[in-house]
Design a protein around this ligand. Sequence first.
Ligand code: ATP
Length: 204
Amino acid sequence: MRQFGIFGGTFDPVHWGHLLVAETALRQVPLEQIIWVPSYNPPHKQAALFEHRIEMVQQAIAGNSEFVVSLIERNRSGTSYAINTLLDLSAFSPNIHWYWIVGLDTFKTLPYWYRRHELAQMCDWLIAPRLPSGENIAESELVCQKVEQKLKLESICIHWYLLHIPLVGVSSSLIRHLSGEGKSIRYLVPESVRNYIATHNLYN
Ligand code: ATP
């Protein structure tokens, strides 16, 4: 069966941490393709315009045919939820084994996700360790086991795998913060993204 990854996020902006996570997932499973899904109205977040975030992801993944960006969330009214994304993508591409790619911080919130029962039956989880909880593999595994146990209390069974990846402390909020202070974001994002941010005066 074909194996695809979904990488959902706000990508405000996309950075090298995201790219490393996606590339690692692609090689370690291995996956045939990774679909990047920028959320339109991310829950609990205010973000730059969807068009800006899409454009930055497109520029960041340019030249990599195993990465594609989906505009699926653009037409969604209301909040973006993972279950809706997955239902739409699987209707479009049936007979796929889906993997949802997340950082450890996001995975910790899975026990509170909307319609998690259905979601858990439709995909497996690829988790990228991330600071502060993911200081080493053993600690990351413990965090994931706790999430698994919490879901079990609701009779939700999940399959998860930890990605083996160097910890990268970069985050979109760090980039927004540095940009806001007029500091350099060189080597934290691809050059195309850095130029896009400067040209459109984002995050000032
Ligand atoms: P913010 O700082 O605004 O919260 P972010 O850097 O976490 O943003 P998102 O677009 O919200 O970026 O993240 C998309 C997904 O990528 C999430 O699952 C997040 O955990 C994961 N992720 C982002 N940066 C990293 C990183 N450096 N290492 C591992 N996972 C990451």
